[in-house]
Design a protein around this ligand. Structure first.
Ligand SMILES: [Zn+2]
Ligand SMILES: [Zn+2]
Length: 572
């Protein structure tokens, strides 16, 4: 499966580099003029409407001085930066960790460090308790209390991690497993394999040629914090990744047991209960070692063979939740192979990292038959949203590119803001010029449910708006989103012929599987890519649809090229 790794350097990487240098400089109390030169350069690159490949010479961009340009050139050529490396050695790591405390910027951290000699989160916590922080000028009692609370949260390990963090943990672990000769086969099991929105820990089923060798090598990995248990059957460790800790279990199995063990530890509990009932009705018994039949213990060469033994089609892990999946005809449920296009993505026109052409080539490489370019609209200033003249310019550019890429249908579009009062960010005249219009809420999340529903209604009722992006605005484990009356939105969408999105970005997965299951909605699943690598997020969105037991026919980007063209041209 594709985890997200951003392999290609983009403009964003340069911006992050410059901002990181500025932050480290502030932490080390560097001259404010120098700091601001880096921040100005980052802003200038952000505002420049070209992708990295299109910018030949950074030094001619207004706002980038000679010194900063040298830093950019070095980084672009070598993927490393001497300036940043030197700063990293000079600044205590504890200060960098403190940046995770909300409301505490680099300048304040530098002040705390300088005046109180504090270099770690634990020391800062103690200083808060002794009221030393509030004694500093610029820090009140309230700030001190907030810092203290935030440290408590940061130092307690959460019960469960959102899927986006789980993906980072998995990437770290699996990169190590991929490089080990003794590893024959492995799979993550449990909620991670089922693409749950959150997971408590990671559970691997693994076949190795030599358990002792595996254990010795794996324990040498730099992310190991603690070894919880170590034996012939199981290795249990705690690992650290980006300041977070999680438990990782490895169950060593033989080739024979592999798939029944994998099935057993994938769960869910309810799914396993259903499977055991089915086995029982045939006079058989499922265990993690195999299936006990009259002819003795039976083992399997794949999970598909295991399901087939019980007269069931292969049930993808994402679907294994309530048990209902064992009684449903899963053959029509949407899968990755059904996805023919991505309808929501950004380019350098707004806050994406790649040009329109680069996004087209990336979609072609994925084998898509159609795609829609949907940059942000003018009111979303933080994302460099497009004023009308730039929308027209993009339409012209896309028209020109169509002839060069006959293998894919490239539609013009927008992800238009639904403003605070329910008006839409572009006029109907402009919307009529676009092939496809997405509407979304990106502001005033703290409004009442009535106000939010008024905004969503106004978008659904607009004749040009085809779909609502990330309908609740939630970020898993981080932000609840704005208040939506879901039954009302669902009937509004149906009444107006507006499609609702399952946003495949693992930070969002919005709508969630619980909302879409049995909803009868017309849906679409899109990556909302801001980078060509983000196009790989599609499998998280499809897993969410599978969890909701959504049929292929209810997802508009499974349509054939022809059918999708008709859908676009027909209008609402
Ligand atoms: Zn959006
Ligand atoms: Zn978007």
């Amino acid at each position: 499966m594709a985890l997200f790794l951003e392999a290609v350097m983009t403009k964003k990487d340069i911006i992050v580099l410059l901002e990181t240098i500025a932050t480290y400089m502030e932490l080390s109390l560097e001259n404010p003029f120098k700091v601001s030169a880096y921040r100005k350069a980052a802003a200038a690159i952000e505002a420049d409407g070209r992708s990295l490949a299109e910018i030949e010479d950074f030094s001619v961009i207004k706002g980038i001085g000679k010194g900063v340009n040298e830093v950019i050139v070095e980084y672009r050529d070598t993927e490393s930066s001497t300036v940043l490396d030197n700063l990293k050695t000079a600044v205590p790591e504890g200060l960098v960790r403190m940046l995770k405390i909300p409301t505490l910027g680099p300048k304040k951290i530098a002040k705390i460090h300088k005046e109180l000699g504090i270099a770690s989160m634990e020391e800062l916590k103690e200083a808060c308790e002794h009221k030393e922080v509030s004694a500093l000028s610029g820090f009140g009692a309230k700030t001190e209390e907030n810092i203290s609370k935030a440290i408590d949260e940061l130092l307690t390990r959460p019960e469960r991690y959102p899927i986006e963090r789980i993906i980072s943990f998995r990437t770290a672990v699996e990169n190590v497993l991929e490089g080990m000769k003794t590893v024959r086969k492995y799979d993550v099991a449990g909620s991670g394999r089922r693409f749950r929105e959150t997971s408590r820990d990671l559970d691997y089923i693994i076949e190795v040629t030599d358990v002792a060798e595996f254990t010795e090598k794996f324990l040498e990995s730099s992310f190991i914090k603690d070894t919880v248990a170590q034996g012939e059957k199981k290795l249990s460790v705690t690992i650290e990744n980006d300041m977070d800790e999680i438990n990782v279990d490895f169950r060593f199995v033989t080739a024979d047991e592999y798939f029944t063990t994998l099935h057993h530890f994938t769960g869910s509990k309810d799914h396993n209960v259903k499977m055991r009932q089915i086995a029982k009705s045939r006079g058989e018994k499922i265990s993690e070692y195999g299936v006990e039949t009259d002819d003795g213990m039976k083992t399997f060469e794949s999970e598909a063979a295991f399901f087939d033994h019980f007269g069931l089609p292969y049930i993808p892990p994402a679907m294994r939740e309530t048990g209902e999946e064992t009684e449903t005809d899963v053959s029509g449920i949407v899968s990755m192979d059904d996805i023919k296009g991505d309808l929501h993505m950004h380019t350098v026109y707004s806050d994406g990292a790649f040009s329109v052409r680069e996004m087209i080539e990336a979609c072609i490489a994925k084998g898509y038959e159609y795609m829609i370019i949907t940059d942000h609209s003018k009111s979303l200033r933080v994302a460099n949203g497009l004023y009308e003249n730039r929308v027209y310019r993009q339409i012209e550019e896309i028209k020109g590119l169509r002839a060069e890429y006959p293998e894919i249908d490239i539609y013009t579009g927008t992800e238009m803001d639904i403003l605070k009062d329910g008006t839409l960010d572009y006029s109907d005249n402009l919307l009529a010029e676009l092939d496809y219009v997405i509407a979304a809420i990106h502001s005033s999340f703290s409004q009442t449910e009535d106000e939010i529903m008024h905004r969503l209604r106004s978008a659904c009722e607009n004749p040009h708006v085809r779909h609502i992006a990330h309908p609740t605005g939630r970020l898993i484990g981080r932000r609840a989103g704005y208040p939506v009356n879901m039954p009302e939105l669902i009937s509004m969408a149906k009444d107006t012929g507006t499609v609702l999105e399952v946003n495949a970005n693992p930070r969002r997965l919005d709508l969630s599987s619980d909302v879409i299951r049995h909803s009868g909605l017309k849906l679409t699943v899109n990556t909302d890519a801001h980078h060509t690598d983000h196009l790989e997020f599609m499998n998280y969105g499809v897993a969410t649809l599978q969890k909701g037991l959504i049929q292929k026919g209810d997802v508009i980007n499974t349509f054939s090229r022809e059918a999708f063209r008709k859908f676009v041209n027909k209008g609402k």
